[in-house]
Ligand binder design. Structure first.
Ligand code: ADP
Ligand code: X15
Ligand code: MG
Length: 397
């Protein structure tokens, strides 16, 4: 059923608390390397600003642990970038529900925007804590969810906050409405062969979706760090590669029921210093033969060729997660080769995820795919047919 949108909501003189996904990729200098997630939130923000509403934006960024070094997860660079894109200054509060946020929210004038600091600096966010949610909810008259990349999460800002705002308008933003519509249409009756490509670093999250994808897709191509958990499951050597030991049994089960659908790398490009990829010792080895002291950083050239052959015949492709550490050449080669194969194919192609979107943009393929989605985990959840609690609880149109 269609959800009520921000455009259908009276906002003049009101404060709109908008959940966005400003979890943008940052480089080592803390500069935003891809601002797509901010740009894609502009229509909803402008919709409120242009009609004389006040906007309070909240988001997470990264996965802060509550320890030293968390400063690098500040949303301040995202707020600055938003101001540049809007062409007007944006206020920034150095806390989320503390004194600074309250003072700045109270001073906010019609047509102005306030970004509060990273939601995940508060332990209550991941826990879905009602007290934390209540403090956010009390700041506004309207709730808007425009955080497509986070719609598969049940964090406080996604679920407990709109629950605490029952009785007030709780609506979807442009981006969420548009992404859900596009993905639902593309995957409800996919042209076949239907190929899923899975990579990236969030192995423990994303390995869980493979079970359902085996029943939906014709081929699943594995790259990124997930490959090494499968290598371990096959008794291979993974050196210092990123692995999820407690997912090895699941990987074994998935291999046993794969029915030839699950495709694993045949070779791996590895290196001996993640912190200095350009300058370290590197070599291509057969999959499952990564020496001690080295770690897998990309799929090898034979794997890229094998995957390109499968992609060539695909009619639908959904891709989440880079094939390697694409930010650091030469470990961009696998992601580039797969992106090229997807761009050259005549398949409907959807590439989703904060980092995957950055990869296709930086490698120059964004204009040659059907849809670049702001959500990785979120688009996979849609592909699995999972419902989003964070959207279901919003008002019907
Ligand atoms: N072999 C690997 N080892 C470590 N990190 C990897 C490897 N392959 C890819 N990555 C990293 O995965 C990250 C993206 O993962 P993820 O967040 O799951 O994807 P997305 O944002 O597209 O959903 C990238 O920053 C990339 O450097
Ligand atoms: O970047 C995100 O997802 P993605 O890496 O799957 O695209 C979202 O902001 C969700 O972040 P989370 O996976 O830390 O909850
Ligand atoms: Mg990511």
């Amino acid at each position: 059923m269609a959800k009520k949108t921000i455009d259908q909501t009276e906002v003049a003189g009101k404060t709109v608390l908008m959940r966005v996904d400003f979890n943008v990729p940052l480089n080592e200098q803390n500069e935003i390397t891809d601002d797509r997630r901010i740009r894609m939130a502009l229509p909803s923000i402008r919709s409120v600003v242009d009609r004389g509403g006040r906007v309070i934006l909240m988001s997470h960024l990264g996965r802060p642990t509550g320890g030293a070094g968390d400063e690098k997860f500040s949303l301040a660079p995202a707020a600055t970038r938003l101001g540049e894109l809007l062409g007007s200054p944006v206020h920034f509060a150095s806390d989320t529900v503390g004194e600074d946020a309250h003072a700045k929210a109270a001073e906010l004038k019609a047509g102005e925007v306030l970004v509060v600091e990273n939601l995940r600096f508060n332990p209550g966010e991941k826990k879905g804590d009602a007290e934390f949610a209540g403090k956010l909810a009390a700041m506004a008259d309207v709730y808007c969810n425009d955080a497509f990349g986070t719609c598969h999460r049940e964090d406080a800002s996604m679920v407990a906050v709109p629950q605490a705002m029952a009785g007030k308008p709780r609506v979807v933003g442009h981006l969420v409405a548009k992404e859900i519509q596009y993905l639902a249409d593309a995957i409800s009756n996919p042209a076949r062969p239907f190929v899923a490509i899975l990579g990236g670093a969030k192995v423990s999250d994303k390995i869980n979706v493979i079970n359902n994808l085996l029943g939906i897709c014709d081929a699943i191509l594995i790259g990124g760090a997930m490959a090494y958990t499968f290598s371990l499951a096959q008794g291979g050597q993974v050196g210092d590669s990123l692995v999820e030991k407690d997912k090895v049994d699941l990987a074994k089960e998935l291999l046993a029921k794969s029915n030839g659908k699950l495709h694993l790398p045949v070779d791996t490009h590895c290196g001996d210093d993640f912190g200095n990829i350009a300058g370290c010792n590197k070599k291509v080895v057969p999959a499952g033969q990564i020496p001690d002291g080295m770690e897998g950083l990309d799929i090898g050239p034979e794997t890229a060729k094998k995957y390109a052959e499968i992609i060539k015949d695909a009619k639908t492709v959904v891709w989440n997660g880079p094939m390697g550490v694409f930010e650091k050449p030469p470990m961009d080669a696998g992601t580039r080769a797969v992106a090229e194969a997807v761009a050259d194919s005549d398949a409907i192609s959807i590439i989703g995820g904060g980092d995957s979107a950055a990869a296709v943009e930086q490698l120059g393929f964004a204009d040659r795919v059907s849809h670049v989605s702001t959500g990785g985990g979120a688009s996979l959840a849609m592909l699995e047919g999972k419902a989003f609690t964070a959207v279901d609880l919003l008002d019907e149109a």
